[in-house]
Design a protein around this ligand. Structure first.
Ligand code: BG6
Length: 485
C-alpha cells in the first residue's frame, strides 16, 4: 500500500496548559507518535507553558513519565524518545499577568509555522489572546487551537467567539471536536462520497432510519463538578453526536475543502427540528457493586443532570423528510461502543415469499470503536442443499483486517488533528457559526426540561439505559441495535 502523507512545515507549537491532563494524556503522547513516524520536521519545537515552576528539563521528565503512562509500546523506542524530549521546552507563564511572556516571546520564532494550543479554561482565552498580541508573539498567520467545552449555551459561545475574533481571524481559529479526528469518521465521508454505491440510496426513499450510539462504560467519577453542570446533552450531544449527524446527513460538498464541508454541515444543523419532550429520554445511572450512583459521583443528592440521553430527531429537508435519526449516549453502559447504523427500508416485494431470514433489510453499520470499521448486512442464500434458505450476514470490513500493516499507524484523533493545524487544514474543525447553530438547537431543549423539572430515569449500570429509551423506538415499531463491545 502506498500512502501519501501531506508534508508538514517546521513549526513551533506552544501548549498553554502544557502540564495539564489533556496535554499529558493525549497531546504529548500523540506528538511523540507523529515524531516517530517522521512527521515532525527537523527544527520543530513543542513549548509547554503553564503556571507550574519548572524548567525545560523538569518538563521533559514530566512528559517522559506521561508518555510511559499514557503512550503505547513506542515508549520502548528509547532512541526516538530521547530525541523527542529534546524538542520540548518549557516556560512558566502567568496567563493574567506579565510573568513569562517576554521569555516566551524570545523563544517563539516568527519565520516558522506558529500554533498556540489553548488547553486551559475558556475564561483564560481572552487573556492569552491579548498577551500573545501585546508581546508581539503571534502574527497574522499564527493558528490557535481551542478545546471543548466551547461555551455552555449560545450566549457564552457567542461571547467566546467574539473574544477570539478580537485578535484572530476565523481562518486562524481551530475549534477541536476530537470525534472529527477519528479514523472512521473521516471514512464516513470517503465511503459516502468516494463510492457510487451508497449515495443514490442515501435518502428518505431507501433509508428507514438512522441510529447513532455513543455508549461508554466509564462513570463521571473525578469530573463530577464539571459534569453535573453539563450533562450528556452539553458534554456529548451538542458536539460529538451532532458532528456525526452532520457528516451522515449533509449534502455532498462541491470540494473536500474546509468551508465547503462546513457550509454543508451548518445547513444540517439549521434544518434540525426541535425535539418534542416525549421524544427525549434522560437517565441517571444507579449504584451497583462496582461503583456509586451518578448522584453520589457528582456529590449532589438532588442532581437532575442526565448521564444518559436518547432522542428522536428530524431533519427538515427534502433528503431526510420523514426519516427519524435516533441518538443515544450515556455513561456506565454495558459496553464501550460507538456506531452509526443506517437502516435501510424493507424490500417492497420479495420473490422468496415468507422464507425465514428473508427480511430484505440492509444495514450499514459504521463502527467508531471498538474495532473501527464498517459492515454491511446483506441477505444471502444459506450454503448447502435443501432449498432456498436465506440468511443475513455482514460483509465485514474491519480496518485492521482489511488494511493489514497499513492499519498499524492509524493516528489517534488528537495527533491527526494537531498535524492538520500545522498543515493549515480546517476541514475537521468546527467553524464559529457551526458551534453557535448547535447551541441554538440545544438551548431550548435544555430550557424545556429544566422548566418542566424533568427528573431523569434511573438505569442499571451495565445496561443499555432506562427502559423508556427502548420504548422510544418500540413505539415506532423499531429496535435499538445491540450495544456490543
Ligand atoms: C469527551 C467528553 O469530549 O469525550 C467525555 O467530555 C467523554 O465525557 C469523551 O468520555 C469520549 O471520548 P472517546 O474518544 O473516548 O469516545
Amino acid at each position: 500500500m502506498v500512502s501519501r502523507v501531506i508534508p508538514v512545515e517546521t513549526f513551533d507549537l506552544v501548549i498553554f496548559g502544557g502540564t495539564g491532563d489533556l496535554a499529558r494524556r493525549k497531546i504529548l503522547p500523540g506528538l511523540f507518535r507523529r515524531f516517530r513516524s517522521g512527521q515532525m520536521p527537523a527544527g520543530s519545537r513543542v513549548i509547554g507553558a503553564a503556571r507550574s515552576e519548572l524548567d525545560s528539563d523538569g518538563y521533559r521528565q514530566m512528559i517522559f513519565e506521561a508518555i510511559a503512562e499514557f503512550g503505547g509500546d513506542e515508549v520502548h523506542d528509547k532512541k526516538s524518545l530521547d530525541a523527542f524530549l529534546k524538542v520540548l521546552e518549557y516556560v512558566t507563564i502567568d496567563a493574567k499577568g506579565d510573568g513569562g511572556w517576554s521569555e516566551l516571546a524570545d523563544l517563539v520564532r516568527q519565520d516558522v509555522v506558529q500554533a498556540f494550543y489553548f488547553s486551559v479554561a475558556p475564561s483564560l482565552f481572552g487573556d492569552l489572546a491579548e498577551r500573545l498580541h501585546t508581546y508581539g508573539i503571534s502574527n497574522d498567520k499564527s493558528r490557535i487551537v481551542v478545546e471543548k467545552p466551547f461555551g455552555r449555551d449560545l450566549a457564552s459561545a457567542q461571547a467566546l467567539n467574539k473574544t477570539l475574533a478580537t485578535h484572530f481571524d476565523e481562518s486562524q481559529i481551530y475549534r477541536i471536536d476530537h470525534y472529527l479526528g477519528k479514523e472512521t469518521v473521516q471514512n464516513l465521508m470517503a465511503v459516502r462520497f468516494g463510492n457510487v454505491l451508497f449515495e443514490p440510496l442515501w435518502n428518505n426513499q431507501y433509508v428507514d432510519h438512522i441510529q447513532i450510539t455513543v455508549a461508554e462504560t466509564v462513570s463521571v467519577g473525578g469530573r463530577g463538578a464539571y459534569y453535573d453542570k453539563s450533562g450528556a446533552m452539553r458534554d456529548m450531544v451538542q458536539n460529538h453526536l451532532m458532528q456525526l449527524l452532520c457528516l451522515i446527513a449533509m449534502e455532498p460538498p462541491s470540494h473536500f475543502d474546509a468551508d465547503a464541508v462546513r457550509d454543508e454541515k451548518l445547513k444540517v444543523i439549521r434544518a434540525l427540528q426541535s425535539v418534542a419532550p416525549h421524544h427525549i429520554v434522560r437517565g441517571q445511572y444507579d449504584a451497583d457493586e462496582n461503583g456509586p450512583s451518578f448522584r453520589e459521583d457528582v456529590e449532589n443528592p438532588r442532581s437532575f443532570t442526565e448521564s444518559f440521553i436518547a432522542m428522536r430527531c428530524h431533519i427538515a429537508n427534502w433528503r431526510w423528510a420523514g426519516v427519524p435519526f435516533y441518538l443515544r449516549t450515556g455513561k456506565r453502559m454495558s459496553a464501550r461502543s460507538s456506531e452509526i447504523a443506517v437502516v435501510f427500508k424493507e424490500l417492497g416485494h420479495s420473490i422468496f415469499g415468507d422464507e425465514e431470514g428473508n427480511e430484505g433489510r440492509n444495514i450499514l453499520a459504521i463502527r467508531l470503536q471498538p474495532n473501527e470499521g464498517m459492515d454491511l448486512q446483506v441477505t444471502i442464500k444459506e450454503p448447502g442443499p435443501g432449498g432456498m434458505r436465506l440468511i443475513n450476514v455482514p460483509l465485514d470490513m474491519t480496518f485492521a483486517d482489511a488494511l493489514g500493516d497499513g492499519a498499524e499507524d492509524v493516528a489517534d484523533a488528537y495527533e491527526r488533528l494537531i498535524m492538520d493545524v500545522i498543515r493549515g487544514n480546517q476541514t475537521l474543525f468546527m467553524r464559529g457559526d457551526e458551534v453557535e447553530a448547535a447551541w441554538a438547537w440545544t438551548d431550548p431543549l435544555i430550557e424545556g426540561w429544566e422548566a418542566r423539572n424533568d427528573v431523569p430515569k434511573l438505569y442499571d449500570p451495565g445496561s443499555a439505559g432506562p427502559g423508556d429509551a427502548m420504548s422510544l423506538l418500540r413505539r415506532d415499531g423499531r429496535e435499538w441495535r445491540e450495544i456490543k463491545g
